[in-house]
Design a binder for this molecule. Structure first.
Ligand SMILES: Cc1cc2nc3c(=O)[nH]c(=O)nc-3n(C[C@H](O)[C@H](O)[C@H](O)COP(=O)(O)OP(=O)(O)OC[C@H]3O[C@@H](n4cnc5c(N)ncnc54)[C@H](O)[C@@H]3O)c2cc1C
Length: 458
């Protein structure tokens, strides 16, 4: 077996992984299909192409993505270093000169004596297939949200048909502590409802023991109609041509469903059947459900609200739902073309396959979402592939760090898994007295994370 690692995909995750392995003295073959073939969103022949916005989000210590970048800086991430070097003015955010960034990453990788770049598409019926590489040794698959069809076919054979997805239809996720629990109530459909003739006191007692996995937000007629009116008129994101063809076949955005008629949502995701509003004692006119999204129950997703609304519009319109008036969003809803595996069943927290120790995944294909998150998974997969070759213990990043929390999130069983970006809701709560000042709370969580990174440094 080769003491060499093959990486498929020279994007953000693949380049970071290649650098982490090469700097530990191990040879890497990096396969990139460009310029032989381009995905529908790529157009530049350089590696680590930034396909859309040039922003790597906030640099602030009290922002989840800012924390993730700081952790990556401490761990010697090549891509974040180059992002800092090619930054353009963007206030508190880190935005890069796109061309300059990719050029510099490419030069760095090309000049690395341990890395060989092979400009070929890997995939079924191609000159080199995934299975050919797997026979040679460790492989990291980092082909991103637009992995080529030939490789997707091989990945599907590896993972099973139901565990490779081709688009992302995610509903927004809100922080539990930003939900108004004077309006919201816990409980499952039909179990929470007061039965005909049921004693009110008995029912109230029962309500205290309600299951906490669903939070319910009742609406009266006026509230519902106001919300509906704003929803159908809200601004949506323009999809790319290639996305328009495929996305809506399987899953309808909430705003599109709403446009079918004023009551359509009340017979769909907002149906009030099986609930009693504790404030009135009656069934509400409509009801929005939130489902627990992580083990610690700090974040909840809005059930059935996969959406294409612009982020600002999601905040404005979804905050009209009673109980969400001050909601903080851990993640906005998205619907776009996105190839990703069901990591929660397939990977461990080193981004390594549970059933094949020589196979790692990295980047957006693992279900992390975003540029910086993709870099972070490339770093973890790269470090651990190196540890495996060097016969050392693999490194698990603490769940108190953003890097560790992301790897834990994507590798923890979750039958409603959807891609996740960095946010404070996936970190464990602080110990001790609850801190209500958000900024202070996030600052303390960030300090704790950075201390753990310093301890783990490898
Ligand atoms: C249209 C679009 C817009 C996005 N906009 C943003 C944004 O604004 N902000 C943000 O944070 N995130 C955004 N993302 C999400 C994500 O952060 C980026 O896609 C990011 O580049 C993912 O990094 P990656 O390394 O996983 O994949 P990529 O950077 O896409 O790299 C994958 C590489 O693999 C190559 N490849 C694919 N198949 C093969 C094969 N069979 N053989 C060899 N090479 C192959 C590709 O050519 C590519 O170079 C966007 C995604 C898409 C699709």
């Amino acid at each position: 077996m080769d003491k060499k690692v093959s990486i498929i995909g020279g994007g953000l995750a693949g380049c970071e992984a290649a650098y982490q392995i090469a700097k530990r003295g191990i040879k890497v073959d990096l396969y990139e299909m460009k310029p032989e073939k381009f995905s529908p969103a790529h157009s530049n022949k350089d590696l680590a192409e930034i396909v859309c916005s040039n922003s790597f989000k906030s640099n602030l210590h009290t922002n989840a993505c800012g924390l993730l970048k700081e952790e990556l800086r401490l761990l010697d991430s090549l891509l974040i270093k180059i992002a800092d070097e090619t930054a353009v003015p963007a206030g508190q955010a880190l935005a890069v000169d796109r061309e300059e960034f990719s050029k510099k990453v490419t030069k760095n990788i090309e000049e690395n004596p341990n890395i060989t770049i092979i400009r070929k598409e890997v995939g079924k019926n191609k000159e080199i297939s995934l299975m050919d590489l797997a026979q040679k040794g460790i492989v990291i698959i980092a082909t991103g949200p637009l992995s080529s069809d030939s490789l997707s076919e091989e990945i599907q054979e590896l993972t099973g048909e139901n565990d490779l997805h081709f688009y992302d239809a995610a509903a927004p996720i809100v922080y539990k502590d930003s939900i108004n629990m004077n309006i919201a109530f816990f409980g499952n459909r039909y179990e929470q409802e007061r039965k005909k003739d049921e004693d009110v006191d008995e029912w109230k007692k029962k309500r205290h023991n309600q299951e906490k996995s669903y939070i319910n937000l009742p609406m009266n007629k006026e509230e519902y109609e106001k919300f509906w009116n704003e929803l159908v008129n809200a601004q949506v994101v323009e999809l790319h041509e290639f996305e328009k063809r495929e996305i809506f076949e399987g899953c309808m955005p909430v705003e599109v469903m709403a446009k079918r008629g004023i009551d359509t949502l009340r017979y769909g995701p907002l149906k009030p059947m099986g609930f009693t509003d504790p404030r009135t004692g009656y069934r509400p006119y409509a009801l929005v459900q939130l489902r627990q999204d992580n083990k610690d129950a700090t974040i909840y997703n809005i059930v059935g609200f996969q959406t294409n609304l612009k982020y600002g519009e999601q905040k404005r319109v979804f905050r009209m739902i009673p109980g969400l008036e001050n909601a903080e969003f851990a993640k906005y809803g998205v619907m776009h073309r996105n190839t990703f595996i069901n990591s929660t069943k397939l990977l461990d927290n080193h981004y390594r396959m549970l059933k094949n120790n020589n196979m790692y995944f990295a980047g957006q294909i693992t279900g992390v979402e975003g540029y910086v998150e993709s870099i972070s998974s490339g770093l973890v997969a790269g470090i651990n592939a190196s540890m495996q070759i060097l016969n050392k213990d693999l490194i698990s990043f603490s769940e108190y760090t953003m890097i560790g929390a992301l790897s834990k999130y994507i590798s923890t069983p979750n039958d409603k898994f959807q891609p996740m970006n960095a946010n404070y809701g996936i970190l464990p709560e602080l110990e001790g007295k609850k801190i209500s000042d958000k900024k202070l709370k996030y600052e303390k969580m960030s300090d704790r994370a950075l201390n753990y990174i310093i301890i783990t440094k490898c």
